[in-house]
Write a protein that binds this ligand. Structure first.
Ligand code: KG4
Ligand code: ZN
Length: 342
């Protein structure tokens, strides 16, 4: 069973081929970051137009690199949401047309399901059930993953996502969009404890998060100061430590209350090495194990969509046809049946 996966929910166009026996056969990606950087963020209209330009060449490249004939492809999986609606429609329309032309089903995949399953692309994959910390640019959630399509949200952010907070604070520090990874690099040069920012929501029970106050705290810390490199690095360090500590403590509580033995980190912020280090300590303390995808599969990619498509196809979880694209779509509604009315 072999599936081609197409991701176009935001500012990356990505295509990959995944085979149930052979594993990942190819994965190709075009990042639009350089195009959006001049605007300080993603311009949806430009994103959609660029997906139109990139998709067909990337499909050709992914098939060539996989040395796979299109006849060997059993289904076309695509990101059906959540994301930028114009960008999603490009991928959904393109994938559905490809499926129609090839006489193969097109499967709409929940973008966050893709992120959650990405650690299964690695050599020592976690078995179900597991607890997942999903930390992307748009989402911060703790998810109880019982099996494919069986997702229960245990906690989530009440305002900004962790990645969004990284990007907004990076902007305050004068770093170009998307600043998460650059802020993390800057933080490595910063001194711990020079700026201590609040650890939001740790004083309350429950597993929800709130990160919007942190960028305000960073703004207040920077106000009236000469922004030399040392101050910027120290603020970056203080900010990162606050986010990482908050995420780590909520994971500790979730592991303790849900009784899971496996913790998965997924989504773009999962590429953060401090977060990985801290969570490694947390799972050690809980007698659990930590799983995460390699950094390039933490951020948006086609491999996770091809994998999710392959797993859904193998499980007979196909939706009822039609072109599905949803800007807003709760992970809990991704459904074990794959039923997805657009
Ligand atoms: O999962 P993703 O690629 O896209 C969404 O689905 O949102 O996540 C992108 C987010 C951005 O906010 C980016 O700044 C953040 O992940 N990010 C990081 C790092 N690498 C990417 N944040 C902190 N540390 C990193 N190393
Ligand atoms: Zn994503």
């Amino acid at each position: 069973m072999r599936v081609i996966g197409i991701e176009s929910s935001c500012d990356e166009t990505a295509v990959a081929v995944y085979d149930a026996e052979l594993g990942l056969m190819s994965h190709c990606l075009h990042s639009q970051v350089a195009m959006h950087q001049a605007y300080g963020g993603v311009v949806p209209e430009l994103a959609s137009r660029d997906h139109v330009r990139r998709l067909l060449p990337l499909v050709r490249q992914a098939l060539a690199e996989a040395q796979s004939d299109r006849g060997a492809i059993d289904a076309v999986a695509y990101t059906a949401g959540p994301g930028l609606i114009g960008a999603l429609l490009v991928g959904a329309g393109f994938a559905s047309s490809l499926g129609y032309a090839w006489g193969k089903p097109a499967l709409g995949i929940h973008h966050l399901e893709g992120h959650l399953l990405a650690p299964l692309l690695e050599p020592d994959p976690p078995a179900f059930p597991f607890l997942a910390l999903l930390v992307s640019g748009g989402h911060t959630q703790l998810v109880d993953v019982a099996g494919l399509g069986q997702y229960r949200i245990l906690g989530e952010t009440l305002d900004d996502a962790a990645g969004e907070a990284f990007d907004k604070t990076a902007k305050l520090l004068g770093l170009p969009y998307p600043g998460g990874a650059a802020l993390a690099r800057l933080a490595e040069q910063g001194r711990a404890g020079r700026f201590v920012f609040p650890r939001p929501m740790l004083d309350r029970p429950g597993l929800d998060f709130s990160f919007s106050g942190l960028k305000t705290a960073a703004l207040v810390a920077l106000r009236g100061r000469v922004l030399d490199d040392a101050i910027r690095a120290d603020v970056a360090r203080g900010f990162q430590d606050a986010v990482v500590e908050t995420l780590a403590e909520k994971c500790r509580r979730a592991l303790a209350s849900a009784g899971h033995r496996r913790l998965v980190i997924a989504g773009g912020v999962g590429a953060n090495s401090r977060l990985r280090e801290r969570l490694a300590e947390v799972v050690r303390g809980a007698g659990a194990e930590l799983y995460f995808p390699r950094a390039e599969f933490c951020t948006d990619n086609g491999a996770m969509i091809a994998l999710a498509g392959c797993m859904r196809l193998a499980a007979g979880m196909q939706h009822g046809g039609g072109i599905a694209a949803r800007a807003h779509w709760e992970l809990g509604d991704a459904g074990a049946t794959g039923d997805m009315t657009p």
